[in-house]
Design a protein around this ligand. Sequence first.
Ligand SMILES: NC(=O)c1ccc[n+]([C@@H]2O[C@H](COP(=O)([O-])OP(=O)(O)OC[C@H]3O[C@@H](n4cnc5c(N)ncnc54)[C@H](O)[C@@H]3O)[C@@H](O)[C@H]2O)c1
Length: 255
Amino acid sequence: MDPQPLREKVAIVTGAARGIGYGIAHRFAVEGAEVVIADINAELGTEAAARIADETGRKTLAIRCDVANRASVDGMIAQTMEQLGRLDIMMANAGICPFVEFLELDVATWQKTIDVILTGSFNCGQAAARVMIEQGCGGRIIFTTSLATLSAGSSQVDYAAAKSGVKMLMATMAGALGKHDITVNAVAPGIIYTQMGAFHWDVSEHREAFAQTNPIGRLGEPSDIAAAATFLASQEADYITAATIRVDGGRMALG
Ligand SMILES: NC(=O)c1ccc[n+]([C@@H]2O[C@H](COP(=O)([O-])OP(=O)(O)OC[C@H]3O[C@@H](n4cnc5c(N)ncnc54)[C@H](O)[C@@H]3O)[C@@H](O)[C@H]2O)c1
């Protein structure tokens, strides 16, 4: 195994100012990549980029980007090309989960979730693919999906629909891009301890109850997702496309 499998690669990680995206960006840098921290939260993104550069010695670049806005995504790609010279890995990770019960869910909230997760994934995936094809040396596109593509509660109707769309976006993009040596895959996290669900998981009874629902017996960490994403981004995963790696501590196996 290459000690630095992402050496000389340039990666964009969206939603990298905190949580899972931060964990992935940090790991990509450890593995040798130069990393763009792309996030709608510019202040947190700048801090994250500085911390990762400091801890890994790798070049990082913070770019404010709203993945739901195509002009913003195109600008992010252009700035990456201008300042880092190439793009090898697009990790389309940014997402939101408003947790609103189905009967209370209004159209604006529904639309926002679809815009950020589904349209955001399309924007990042297509814009990255165009640049990768132009470069002519293949590439890696990876989406963060969710177990919500398999089962979800009544407060995740918008989220589950959006993530399910990303699952098919991933598969159909893989079909379109294989001939360009671009692989397209997904990582589907189980329950990962981040700000997204902290309101629930900071309650110790909830954490303890959850421990009974997966064979590993703990909540996941961003580093668990980063490990799978790094594998998919590496040369080792050359023959893997249109695949989803479920990283859930085996939760789905227990029904
Ligand atoms: N935490 C979990 O248990 C879990 C489980 C399954 C899937 N996921 C998915 O993992 C991804 C990361 O989630 P997380 O838990 O780290 O959440 P988080 O809320 O901690 O981080 C999300 C990041 O995305 C950024 N972001 C939000 N909207 C954006 C936009 N329009 N453009 C650019 N950046 C934007 C936020 O500023 C934030 O930094 C999401 O796609 C989420 O749906 C999380």
